[in-house]
Design a protein around this ligand. Sequence first.
Ligand code: CU
Length: 146
Amino acid sequence: MTRSQSCQSRMHWVGGPLLGLLATMVLACIDTQRPIVLENAHQAAAGYSEDRSQVDLVASEVGGQSVFLPATLVLTAGAGRSIHLVNTTGKPHGVRIPGLGVEVLVPPGGETVTELPPLEAGRVYAVACPVDEAHSRASLVVVPAR
Ligand SMILES: [Cu+2]
């Protein structure tokens, strides 16, 4: 047996178990991820508990661009929900949610609480500024309540 043949046969001997280990790891990943996805879907279908009925939304400026912070609001479905809008800029801003018939203006440096009509689960509403077309948009996501 030459030195090269000896090396090849040793690599063959080591390669088999490594391939087996790799296959086991791949199967383990597939096996453990599937139940997690199903479990999350089950929890979402059951709904979310809520420890607040109001969300904060800030109209601000970043690099000269009018923005909403955060850009995504999340509330559970139901009645009595509201948005607390704070305007930190020197210009008027506001909130317009056409899908809910909501429109409110807030003066520079001002703030207001806007009561929302009862929210239906599974809806995503566009949130815009009624006075500034260039103002970045936000979204209101309504998730099912538990
Ligand atoms: Cu605005």
